[in-house]
Design a protein around this ligand. Structure first.
Ligand code: ADP
Length: 912
């Protein structure tokens, strides 16, 4: 049964307390018994001792108060004696415990008796009574007084024996009480001691074994636990102590392991201190770790740059060991080392196969019990593998040590490698530094040279600055000169423009003159032609012959006028070039077509030859080129009677220019005339011998045109044998003519005076092929044509030609008249509208006609000046159906008229 230590203590203390209470009770009871004895003595015997004296004294006081009242004769004092008597009686009553009641009553009666007698006597004396009676009374009173005294003595007499007896009884009671107390005390003590002994049996033994055990634990001996049999707090304490011992033992083991690890790590750190080569680091680390984990043999492999693991260091292998024959390097996954490098954990191979490795010492040799492979991991990368051979079984703490040091070893090896690399680099750097300092020295030398050169340069620069200043002065002088030159240029320009103006006046004059000449000439040509045709047959042969002569002379005059006009324009530099791409073949064909009939009529052969290898086409003004060639060919045929005329296309000797040669086998030109033929109005044969006709202007114009086209015209001739004119032209087209040459704008709005003059000059009908329209034409029979022109000569000539074709012609001399005429004769089938008229011009008239709905489709042919391109567009804009250049080509006019008259009416889409 478990009785706790506390319960035992409580029991002992409780029983002791109980014994104490018993002892106290017994003592109190016996003491109170003795006390009662003593109290009885005190209450009964001791008050009697002084009662007599007190009663005597009070009684004496009563006697004296009577005497005093009598002596003073004071009734009041007499009355006051009663209080004294009352006090005496009260004292008597207080002694009731020690005096028997009978004695007490007798004494009281005696006192009252005496008081009454004494009070009576005293009253009589105070009242002054004398006599016998009084003396008798006084004697009675004294007897009563004596008797009271005796009674008083007897009543208060002290009994000694009784008192002694009372003390003896008290003493006996005292002794009995002491004996009882002693007995009780001894009994209680015995009980308590017994109980204590009984309860504490076993505790001491437990305490002993506890103390011994704890002392053992204190010394670090935890092998035996404390044995306590009692089932109480001591038992618990022993249990706790054992538990504490166990945990202490654990902590101790832990500390020892940690200390071992720390020692291992610290000695490794100590071992690897200093600037070691990587192999030395690997070797030292392997040796130390092997010693620390009691591995008799070890090796270390380190990751090389080619990804394999190289043997870096060995520990305790002797020559002839199996491992020393092993490969000095492993590739990843190759062998145990390679395998270990692939996994990051320690690999333990227990009981390696026989013959794998034998560890040998001077005394013997044995196979290891385990092979341990430790990958050296740093930043998640395996940089090496350590291999250990063990005799002892593999322990947890060895594994812990290996894991804790492997990163340090990896880092140490890497640091050592980096350091060795750095040392190499440093050596290189130092070498470079030496080289650099050499180069620096060279540079310094170069620099000094450069400085010298710089100094020279500075000198040169100074010289240059000086020259610049001089140049600046010169420049300023030049600027001043420039201003003067500019002034001169401006003056020259003014002169030039004056000259241009003069030239323009001259050209205009020529143009006007040509126009004035050509207009009547055309009428003359037409009419002489009509006369020569003699349709009515009323002219004589002679008259017809005259008419023909007039017509021929007129034609010559017209040609002359045209050439004069051309020359005027070329000389004034007003000829405009229209450069286009011209196929050489076209030029050749056209020349052949135009001159073949003429040549064959004279019995001449016309040879046209284009040399191979020539460009297909050239950029030039087709019309001007044609004009040049026409002139040359016409001359060649004209001045050749026998043989041939040849047109040859080739290149100049340098091959840079196109050479077009016109060669004939004609009369030739004498050397002295060769320059003259190019002069205007010059002809070689005398003016009297004019069998060839001509004006003497053709070659002049041709040469001018050739130079306008960027080329030149050359002449070779053998007098009497033949002549060759060669026109050289640039292959890449004429250079753009100068500003003065092309000053004429294409638009008619801002046409120069010259252009206007030209247009006027050309605005006259040219009848160039009269035989084509000599007969009336069925197609035009009865058709009415309105002819609008202010120039009555033109009207006359044109209307004559039209009427000859059977057309009915209505005439109006300006736009307004045309409108009126149209209003009066709505059956007009076509209108020929001259654009240049006073009052209302052709454009306006055309617009107004078109504004009338019924004339929407009426064919209106505008007659416009040749050069005024703007005018043509303007004609069509104003609503003209078609246009024709002046001088009017009658054949074209008739063709055009026919096509318009027979065409189904079409409203022009661009008309409002
Ligand atoms: P024309 O209109 O009079 O022919 P040209 O200026 O064309 O005027 O010629 C000037 C003169 O040069 C001619 O009159 C003629 O005497 C001479 N001439 C021109 N071409 C030839 C030629 N192929 N053979 C001989 N003489 C020529």
């Amino acid at each position: 049964m478990r009785v706790s230590f506390r319960a035992k203590l409580m029991t002992i203390v409780g029983s002791a307390a109980l014994a104490f209470v018993v002892i106290l009770t017994v003592s109190a009871v016996t003491a109170s018994r003795v006390d009662a004895q003593l109290t009885a003595i005190q209450d009964r015997h001791l008050p009697k001792i002084d009662l007599e004296a007190r009663l005597d004294a009070q009684f004496d006081r009563l006697q004296r108060s009577f005497q005093d009242a009598v002596a003073a004769h004071d009734i009041d004092a007499l009355e006051r004696t009663r209080s004294i008597e009352d006090a005496l009686l009260a004292q008597l009553d207080g002694a009731r415990q020690v005096v028997t009641p009978a004695d007490l009553d007798a004494l009281r009666v005696a006192i009252e008796d005496y008081y009454a007698a004494a009070h009576g006597v005293s009253r009589r004396i105070i009242d002054g009574e004398t006599g016998e009676a009084l003396v008798d009374r006084m004697a009675v009173m004294q007897a009563k007084q004596a008797r009271t005294r005796v009674l008083l003595k007897e009543t208060t007499r002290f009994n000694r024996a009784e008192l002694t007896e009372a003390f003896a009884a008290a003493k006996r009671a005292q002794v009995a009480a002491s004996e009882l107390r002693l007995g009780v005390v001894i009994a209680c003590l015995a009980f308590v001691v017994f109980l204590s002994l009984w309860l504490s049996r076993g505790t001491i033994a437990s305490l002993d074994s506890l103390a011994t055990g704890l002392a053992r634990f204190g010394k670090g001996d935890f092998d035996k636990s404390i044995e306590v049999t009692t089932s109480d707090e001591l038992g618990d304490l022993a249990g706790h102590a054992n538990a504490m011992a166990k945990s202490l033992e654990r902590v101790h083991g832990e500390r020892e392991r940690t200390a071992w690890l720390k020692t291992g790590q610290a000695s490794l750190a100590e071992e690897l201190r200093g600037e070691l080569e990587p192999e030395e680091v690997a070797r030292r680390a392997t040796a130390l770790v092997a010693r620390h984990i009691d591995a008799p043999a070890a090796a270390v492999y380190v990751l090389a740059s080619d990804g394999s693991f190289r043997l870096f260091g060995r520990h305790a292998y002797a020559a002839g060991d199996a491992a020393s024959d092993a490969a000095p390097s492993f590739r990843p996954e190759e062998g145990l080392v390679g395998q270990a490098s692939m996994i990051h954990d320690i690999t333990v191979v227990t009981d390696p196969p026989a013959g794998y490795l034998r560890v040998r010492s001077g005394l013997g040799e044995a196979p290891p019990t385990a092979i341990v492979l430790l990958p050296l991991v740093h930043e998640g990368r395996v940089t090496g593998v350590m291999e250990f051979a063990l005799f002892k079984p593999w322990s947890e703490r060895a594994a812990e040590l290996l894991v804790s040091v492997r990163e340090s070893i990896a880092i140490a090896i890497e640091v050592a490698r980096a350091r060795s690399a750095m040392r190499t680099l440093l050596a290189e750097t130092q070498e470079q530094a030496v080289r650099l300092s050499t180069q620096e020295e060279q540079l310094r030398a170069t620099n000094e040279e450069l400085e010298v050169q710089q100094e020279e340069l500075r000198h040169t620069n100074d010289a240059l600055t000086l020259q610049t200043a001089i140049l600046e002065t010169q420049r300023r002088g030049l600027e001043a000169k420039n201003v003067e030159v500019e002034d001169a240029r401006r003056r020259l320009e003014e002169k030039a423009s004056e000259l241009t103006a003069v030239s323009a006046y001259k050209s205009q004059f020529l143009a006007n003159m040509s126009h004035e000449l050509r207009t009547p000439l055309n009428s003359m040509l037409l009419l002489s032609q009509l006369l020569a045709e003699n349709e009515t047959g009323n002219l004589t042969a002679k008259q017809v012959e005259f008419a023909k002569t007039v017509h021929g002379a007129g034609n010559d005059l017209l040609a002359l006028i045209n050439e004069v006009l051309d020359l005027a324009k070329v000389e004034a530099g007003k000829q405009q070039l229209r450069v286009e791409v011209v196929p050489l073949r076209d030029i050749a064909d056209r020349a052949r077509r135009a001159f073949e009939p003429l040549a064959s009529r004279k019995g001449l052969a016309l040879v046209v030859d284009v040399a191979p290898g020539l460009p297909e086409e050239i950029a030039t003004d087709r019309q001007r080129l044609t004009q040049i060639l026409d002139n040359l060919l016409a001359n060649a045929i004209k001045f050749t009677e026998h043989g041939e005329v040849a047109l040859r296309f080739g290149t100049s000797q340098a091959g840079t220019r196109l050479a077009i040669a016109v060669a004939d086998t004609g009369v030739g030109i004498a050397p002295e005339h060769r320059e003259r033929v190019f002069a205007p109005f010059e002809q070689v044969e005398s003016s009297s011998d004019r069998r060839y006709g001509g004006t003497g202007l053709g070659l002049t114009i041709a040469r001018e045109l050739a130079s306008l086209l960027g080329g030149e015209l050359q002449l070779e001739s053998v007098f009497g044998k033949g002549t060759t004119f060669t026109c050289y032209l640039p292959l890449d087209g004429p250079t753009q003519p100068s500003a003065t040459r092309s000053a004429t704008p294409a638009s008619g709005v801002a046409a120069s005076p010259l252009q206007r003059a030209e247009s006027v000059a050309r605005s006259v009908l040219v009848v160039d092929d009269p035989e084509r329209f000599h007969a009336s034409d069925e197609r035009f029979a009865g058709k009415k044509v309105l002819l609008v022109d202010d120039d009555m000569r033109a009207v006359y000539a044109l209307s004559a030609a039209l009427r000859a074709k059977g057309l009915e012609v209505v005439v109006a001399d300006d736009g307004r008249a045309a409108l009126t005429a149209l209003g009066a004769q709505p059956d007009v089938a076509a209108v020929l509208m001259d654009v240049m008229m006073p009052e209302m011009d052709g454009y306006e008239a055309t617009r107004r006609i078109r504004a009338m709905a019924r004339f929407r489709t009426l064919p209106i042919i505008a007659l416009t000046a040749k050069a005024m391109k703007g005018d043509r567009a303007k004609c069509l804009e104003s609503g003209a159906s078609d246009y024709l250049e002046k001088p009017v080509d009658v054949a074209r006019l008739l063709t055009m008229l026919y096509s318009w008259l027979t065409r189904p009416p079409i409203v022009r889409s661009d008309q409002p």
